[in-house]
Design a protein around this ligand. Structure first.
Ligand SMILES: [Zn+2]
Ligand SMILES: [Zn+2]
Length: 246
């Protein structure tokens, strides 16, 4: 990759962005997976697609996926059945989508906590099994340049080939509606689209991009995040005690 001299400086910067401090798929989880117990995850997890394996492990919901999108993208690479040409103005980064071993453990009964920073690795998972990333590029810098590399569904892969969304997953909101469940963050709180079920924009979002009220999925009310068109886009912090990756 590094001898491809045709890359412009911005492309190199894009290639270096989204670095993760550790290999996300290297979790030695064999000892913990043997303790997995059977049981039903909360009902709203049924909205996750078959690309996500949902199970219960003690007090956590265990979500596993290969992390690849169920839609077209230039990042599949020419020759792949899901390849499509970059859209006008898109600055393709040099990375390509590859299969991951994405494992998230999230509390099945989330608990509010002092807001905490989201990590520079998956902070959640979308209903189609794609990782959700935070509002930062490498070095916790703004996404300004990276946004140019997003495909038309707001995703792109980082160096390990892990495809992810930093912004509204437009594939999901176009398919399921702007009030649909988008996914879950590591703290166990759900993420919804940019609108409430009645069509209104969400009001009173806190610094983490969430608020509490009743929804179809939570008739008794629950804290939840909404994706927004401005920073932090999905979530600016965890409002609850986060679970873990791997
Ligand atoms: Zn990224
Ligand atoms: Zn809401």
């Amino acid at each position: 990759m590094r001898n491809r001299l045709s890359f412009s400086v911005p492309a190199v910067l894009l290639a270096l962005a989204c670095s993760t401090p550790t290999t996300p798929s290297a979790a030695p989880s064999s000892t913990t997976t043997t303790t997995t117990t059977t049981g039903a995850a909360p009902a709203w997890y049924s909205k996750f697609s078959s690309a996500v394996t949902v199970s219960i492990d003690g007090s956590n919901v265990l979500l596993r996926s290969t992390g690849v999108p169920d839609h077209t993208s230039p990042y599949w690479g020419v020759g792949n059945a899901l390849y499509e040409a970059p859209h006008a103005g898109m600055q393709l980064n040099p990375n390509r989508i590859s299969t991951q071993s994405l494992v998230l453990r999230v509390p099945s009964a989330p608990t509010a906590a002092t807001p905490s920073d989201t990590p520079m690795e998956p902070m959640g998972i979308a209903v189609n099994g794609v990782a959700l990333f935070n509002q930062y590029a490498a070095g916790r810098s703004p996404l300004t340049n990276e946004i140019l590399s997003f495909d038309r569904f707001n995703g792109h892969p980082q160096q390990t080939g892990q495809y992810h969304y930093h912004l509204e997953p437009l594939w999901l909101t176009a398919r399921d509606g702007e009030a649909a469940l988008i996914g879950v963050l590591l703290d166990g709180y759900p993420v919804y689209g940019p609108r409430e079920s009645g069509g209104a924009l969400p009001s009173g979002l806190d610094t983490c991009n969430g608020h509490t009220h009743t929804t179809t999925d939570f008739p008794s009310g629950s804290y939840h995040y909404h994706v927004t068109t401005s920073v932090p886009y999905i979530s600016g912090c965890f409002a609850g005690r986060p679970g873990s990756i791997g």
